[in-house]
Design a protein around this ligand. Structure first.
Ligand SMILES: [Zn+2]
Length: 505
């Protein structure tokens, strides 16, 4: 195969729900051109559908159980050191580098701190201008100001929740996308690079905050389309691949409480007598009525109060922590530790509990029956589970080994699942199994979300790409093997993805 420069244009949270209608209306000519003349499909995200999990799955070509991630972090390392993952799981640019191919990795989440690369790296996500964010160091001179917006962003999101503030926030994202692209457009077109990966992150924030606001979304994606068009004009001989890390949709209308369901089915047991059990559920019932993140503050305060009372009673400062998982140092698990702790659960008798919003953990030590029998039984019940309106709650259910493989798989929840997009699982334990959420439509409150939306976008166009039209479903894991094969580079055996042969000339 003749080798051509390949440019990956990542759109965080890119979804056909937003892009297809705009492209069909003729508002996104660059996208439309690729839809008509190249290949496209639905790019399935990793489980969980989080940016970091999906992005690392993409650039290593390996499922999370191989590089050790459960959610945002790896098992044994600090969440901020994603580079450690790459010691045993080289990223696509590292593999290409071994063959003397040069890369420019631009604004990709999980690449801070920057690491040596055959080429250049500009780290993305939560990076400030004053940080070291380039490899080599001198490269910063060429991209100075790229992360200048970070301070403004932090100021904007801490401000009052007003409509004025909302407009200001939108304009900030739009300007930020414009400016970042202007700063790196010459790097993208630099003939020195064989492989360019540029990540647009504002699309995630925009869809969280402005989902359902067509006017805003179309203004934003028109800007992205303009940049894409510029990339295509500047690089007429390059293969262009557009990808997302996960999909997006309106935030779910209902909450689903897997713990309450597991309790009802007899897999999860509560501590204490019937009155104590009632109190625990009543507290949870109170908590779920508090919208959004505030409920975690109440819960945090409640734990603080309980711990304090306990330590006064016991006259010692021993914290009793009931949790199914060892909590690592990641901020994310810390933030959610209150969920996995789940007050009142009797862990010595509980057979199954939820892990985060996508897994069910079975506690083998408490099983009195065959593990496989219990697991299949829970999975069957999950598939049949309906809310009181007769709506199916769960969309996909897998045995963990059906979607994960490798060293870490034993640490993963025994069952993985994704609910129907109307239901958001949370770790609370109220009396009911589901409840309608109170979604406040005020400024700066998330209206769109992606935690349970796997369906993202894939588009490809260029000298090595066929005009295959819609090729259906593919997986984030497939992109790295596909790109490697376009460079005639052999694909490491332990990669999980497959080459998307139907698009390659
Ligand atoms: Zn994302």
């Amino acid at each position: 195969m003749e080798k051509h420069k390949t440019i990956v244009f990542g759109i965080d949270g890119g979804t056909w729900i937003s892009l297809k209608p705009l492209a069909e209306k003729g508002l996104l000519p660059a996208f439309k051109k690729i839809l008509d003349k190249g290949s496209h499909g639905t790019l399935m995200s990793s489980i969980p559908c989080r940016s970091s999990t999906a992005i690392i799955s993409f650039y290593t070509g390996k499922n999370p159980a191989k590089w050790g991630s459960l959610d945002f972090s790896c098992f044994d390392c600090d969440v901020t050191r994603y580079d450690k993952i790459r010691i045993n799981n080289p990223a696509i640019w590292e593999i290409l580098g071994n063959y003397g191919l040069k890369s420019a990795i631009l604004n990709l989440p999980t690449t801070h701190p920057p690491t040596p690369v055959e080429g250049v790296m500009l780290s993305g996500f939560s990076v400030s201008e004053k940080d070291e964010y380039t490899y080599p160091k001198e490269f910063k001179e060429r991209v100075r100001g790229f992360h200048l917006g970070r301070e403004t962003f932090l100021k904007l999101i801490s401000g009052e929740k007003t409509m004025e503030g909302e407009k200001e926030l939108f304009n900030f994202f739009l300007e930020s996308a414009k400016q970042k692209y202007q700063i790196i457009r010459n790097v993208i077109k630099d003939a020195a690079f064989d492989f360019v990966l540029f990540w647009v992150d504002e699309s995630d924030a925009i869809q969280h905050d402005f989902w359902g606001e067509e006017e805003y979304l179309s203004r934003f994606f028109k800007e992205i389309d303009k940049n894409l068009n510029d990339v295509m004009e500047n690089n007429p001989d390059a293969n262009i691949i557009i990808m997302s890390d996960h999909g997006f949709d309106a935030v779910p209308i209902y909450e689903f409480y897997p713990k309450s369901w597991l309790k009802k089915e007899g897999y999860l047991k509560l501590k204490g007598n019937i009155i104590q059990q009632w109190i625990v559920q009543a507290i949870n019932n109170f908590l779920i009525k508090i919208p959004g993140a505030y409920r975690y503050r109440y819960l945090g305060f409640l734990y603080y109060l309980l711990d304090s009372i306990k330590s006064i009673i016991n006259k010692k400062n021993k914290k009793e922590v009931n949790q199914p998982f060892k909590i690592d140092r990641s901020w994310r698990l810390k933030k959610h530790s209150s969920e996995s702790k789940a007050m009142g659960v009797d862990w010595s008798k509980t057979v199954a509990s939820n892990h985060d919003f996508w897994g069910i953990k079975i506690f083998k030590e408490n099983l009195k029956r065959d593990y496989e029998e219990v697991r299949s039984e829970i999975m069957k019940k999950m598939r049949e589970l309906k809310d009181k309106n007769g709506e199916k709650i769960i969309k996909y259910v897998w045995k963990r080994e059906e979607i994960f493989s490798g060293e870490g798989v034993e640490k993963f929840p025994d069952i993985a699942y994704l609910p129907n997009s109307k239901f958001l699982p949370t770790g609370f334990l109220p009396f009911s199994l589901t409840r309608k959420r109170s979604i406040t439509r005020v400024a700066k409150v998330a209206r769109g979300g992606h935690m349970i939306i796997r369906e993202g976008i894939f588009l490809a166009f260029g000298p090595n790409i066929k005009n295959a039209g819609d090729i259906g479903e593919l997986n984030v894991l497939d992109l790295t093997p596909t790109i490697l094969s376009m460079f005639n580079v052999s694909i490491p055996e332990d990669m999980d993805g497959k080459v998307i042969k139907e698009i390659i000339i």
